[in-house]
Design a protein. Structure first.
Length: 164
């Protein structure tokens, strides 16, 4: 990539020369594809590669952190408006999406959602934000694996999805 930016014409002439050479002798083309380029030595150290892998995972994780945090904050804000001083605490303790919860102790949101209730909307925002935060570790680990092994990292995921 650096060579294409800094010396594009030379790279294009090299590509044309290689295309002519490979057209005359196709065995050279297959040998060049099988072997890594000799003019690009591996100059990155282990620490640099590790940092790149981790930063790839973190960069894909950031939207989940931002979206989850914003949704939780909006849920708390709406709960404060709709439920008063203890609204934010009520959202965390008195509502759930778990259908096996005891309905006498908590409100199961999907069974009794009222579109006109501010507390129900606040709870919904809070729970969706919490779910977004729940994806942080899988997203981080999945994209670190992707940075290390490229598409091969997704093979176990795709085989699990296809078997269902």
């Amino acid at each position: 990539m650096k060579k294409a930016i800094s010396d594009g014409p030379a790279l294009l002439s090299q590509a044309g020369r290689l295309a002519d050479e490979w057209a005359k002798d196709p065995s050279k083309a297959s040998a060049a594809v099988a072997a890594p380029a000799a003019d690009e030595p591996e100059t990155e150290g282990v620490v640099t590669r590790l940092r790149k892998w981790l930063m790839t995972g973190v960069s894909y994780m950031i939207p989940f952190v931002a979206a989850g945090g914003i949704l939780i904050a909006l849920g708390f804000m709406l709960a404060q408006i709709a439920g008063g001083e203890t609204g934010a605490i009520d959202v965390t303790k008195n509502f759930t999406l778990d259908p096996s919860a005891d309905p006498s102790k908590v409100t199961i949101l999907q069974n009794s959602f009222d579109p006109l209730s501010g507390m129900h909307w606040a709870t919904l925002l809070f729970l969706i934000g919490g779910a977004a935060f729940g994806f942080l570790v899988p997203i981080l680990s999945g994209f670190i694996a992707y940075a290390i092994a490229d598409r091969r990292a997704w093979c176990p995921v795709w085989s699990a999805v296809r078997s269902r």
